[in-house]
Design a protein around this ligand. Sequence first.
Ligand SMILES: NC(=O)C1=CN([C@@H]2O[C@H](COP(=O)(O)OP(=O)(O)OC[C@H]3O[C@@H](n4cnc5c(N)ncnc54)[C@H](OP(=O)(O)O)[C@@H]3O)[C@@H](O)[C@H]2O)[C@@H](O)CC1
Ligand SMILES: [K+]
Length: 478
Amino acid sequence: MRTAYGVETVRAAERELMARLPDGALMQRAAAGLAAACADLLGRVYGSRVVLLTGSGDNGGDALYAGARLARRGAGVTAVLLSPERAHAGGLAALRRAGGRSVGVAGAEELIERADLVVDGIVGIGGKGGLRPEAVPLAEAAERSRAAVVAVDLPSGVDVETGEVRGAALRADLTVTFGTHKPGLLIDPAREYAGVVRLVDIGLAPPADATELEALQHADVARLLPLPSPETDKYRRGVVGIAAGSARYPGAAVLAVAGALRGGAGAVRYVGPAGDAVIARFPETLVSDGGPKKAGRVQAWVVGPGAGDDAATVAEVLAADVPVLLDADGLRLAHADAVRGRTAPTLMTPHAGEAAALLGISREEVEGARLASVRELAGRYAATVLLKGSTTLVAGAGGTGAVRVNPTGTGWLATAGSGDVLSGLAGSLLAAGLPALDAASVAAYLHGLSARFAADGAPVGAHDVAEGIPGAWRDVRG
Ligand SMILES: NC(=O)C1=CN([C@@H]2O[C@H](COP(=O)(O)OP(=O)(O)OC[C@H]3O[C@@H](n4cnc5c(N)ncnc54)[C@H](OP(=O)(O)O)[C@@H]3O)[C@@H](O)[C@H]2O)[C@@H](O)CC1
Ligand SMILES: [K+]
């Protein structure tokens, strides 16, 4: 499991470690890791031109010490000091001893444009607000320049706690972060600014119960996948009910069923007006004519994809005492009290536009503040919430615990119907007995992986994503 921690937790872990180490040892570990990453990126250090953007805190100190290491290996290193009188004294002295030099911001843009490597040590976890005005032209020059840009700990200007970016920020090709990941490095829009993230181990050991974000990895998903035992039957594997589709949108029903058939449940029941289309494509589906109540035994329901205005079916499903996944039209048609009042788990799967409608804010606000939005929805509805998008996040019911961030997402998933496949897949995992947080995060993981395999660098349709799910299972299980 990849984990990320908030600033207070990181600082507490740093204090604890520093108390046991000689003065400055931690910064030397950080600088050594940073210099090694820079050298890898440069390929040839000797003769390269390196510019250090240096702020007034320890983030600048890391950059200066790393710059000194590069200068000792023959790089021409220039530190641009944003506040010359407050630059890290030890780091600056080390750089000068190694043959590096320092300048003020005047003329810095030209240096940046001619550099091979720019190191962003303007601010790290001590930063408040976005980039200050004097740093903005330097960030713009770095973007214009052909130099590789390496951010120290995090790209300056992004919100390390939330992944929000208000105003200008440095755009890095590589971020070298120390001790642990930070939430902002894993959530868009900040994640975009971070480029590739490389974690340098400096010996920090933050407590597991303070985890802010978790990203499942293959091994975690493999452990959670529901596998049939020798004595199993379809009810033990779980029966998922799909109440989706309408005369106008029969395809949503077909795609939700397609996802559900690949999710590990033993059987898929379908109720709704698209039964003929479903059975024509998937004859193994148990189609029934009555509403959800008359469908027979179901261990989890999916309601909403392509459902049009059928509020009665949504209400009927919400009244069932089994896990319910609420998606698409279902999110709009559900009564908030009916969701909050449920005793069995509820999983809501909005995209940013649907989340915005539920929260009464704009889509842009949701996309700019994903972490806050997903937590807020999970709190308001007392439901597990999967917020789809460029970074898919899953918050557990109530919104207070660690939020799961999906590492397998891809832009190819932004295609009509892919959400229907995801809802069927996650519903199937719910029926197979996974807790809602696991069902949602495992579904997002497999869905993203499947899309990556199916796309392989070219556009895909939602049905390709559904058909690729077994391949994603196999890959995860190794
Ligand atoms: N602690 C450790 O053991 C280790 C820490 N390590 C490293 O230290 C970093 C944290 O260092 P830190 O605490 O000194 O804060 P830091 O991020 O450099 O910024 C604070 C300074 O910037 C200023 N400032 C604030 N906002 C600003 C803005 N928007 N734009 C511009 N300036 C702004 C603010 O001054 P102000 O002008 O507000 O008085 C203050 O002086 C961490 O990210 C990691 O890289 C590693 O070496 C491993 C060991
Ligand atoms: K930085």
